[in-house]
Structures are given as C-alpha cells and as structure tokens.
Design a protein around this ligand. Structure first.
Ligand SMILES: [Zn+2]
Length: 147
C-alpha cells in the first residue's frame, strides 16, 4: 500500500523536486507554510524514525544541514528555519512515511510557532510560483558544497 510519498517517489504524483539521489528525495511541501518550505524523505519506506538503520540515519542527518544552508542561501530574508519530523500518531504524524520539514523563517512572517505544521498556503500558489521557488533552491543545492 503506497502512501502519498511513495507515489511521489515513483513519479505517479508530480512534485517540485529540489534534490534527489539513490536514497532520498527533497521537494517543495505543497502547503508552503513559508516560501521555500521543503520536505526531505527517504525513498525506501521507513514509517518513521523508529525504523531507521544507521545508513539512513547518517544520510538524513547529513543532508538536513546541507539542504538548510542551500535553502537559506536563496533569500537573504530567510533568517531562521524550523526543522521538524513527527514520529507516530501520538506525535501528530499524518503520513505514515518518514519525512522532515524544513520551514524557512522570515523576521516578519508573524507565524505562531505552535501552528506552523498546520498552515496551508497552497491556495496562494500556482504552478509557476512553485517552479520559481523550486528552481531557486535546486540551483542553490547545485552551488553548495555540502551535497
Ligand atoms: Zn511509504
């Protein structure tokens, strides 16, 4: 039973891809809590962090700072970043495939930190807006030395 991230990884559902290698895929979160909001997922199905072996742990934990730096480098207005993963239903995990949110923060974003994971701004974005952001971050990833 393929969850939505398996379907994105398989190319059955389109996504605005940021970075991809044999082990992981990073793409824009459609909700764009803030511009540049990115998801990082292992390609292999790990339900959550409690399934992680050493190899995927090393991969994910190395990529998170590299992606964070690449996203931040796309816009000087990005002054912070929330990075989070919900693990288990009791922690609010809604898609049963491990994923990491990288949510850029801006000095004037006026977000209530406790509500960040539930915000959905997708109504404000069209395909061109997503592609503009995804292209900026992809280019920054390609320019960075951490990947
Ligand atoms: Zn899955």
């Amino acid at each position: 039973m393929a969850d939505i991230f398996d379907q994105i990884i398989a190319g059955e559902i389109p996504a605005y891809k940021i970075y991809e290698d044999d082990d992981v895929l990073a793409f824009l979160d459609i909700s764009q809590v803030t511009p540049g909001h990115t998801l990082l997922v292992p390609k292999q199905h790990y339900t959550n962090i409690f399934d992680y072996d050493e190899a995927i742990t090393n991969k994910i934990m190395t990529l998170i700072p590299a992606l964070a730096k690449a996203i931040k480098a796309t816009d000087p207005a990005i002054t912070g970043m929330n990075i989070s993963s919900n693990n288990g239903e009791s922690a609010g995990q809604t898609v049963p495939h491990s994923h990491w949110h990288l949510i850029p923060r801006y000095d004037d974003d006026d977000l209530n930190d406790t509500l960040v994971p539930t915000i959905d701004n997708s109504a404000n974005y069209d395909q061109e807006a997503y592609e503009t952001i995804a292209t900026q971050i992809r280019e920054s990833v390609e320019d960075s030395h951490g990947l």
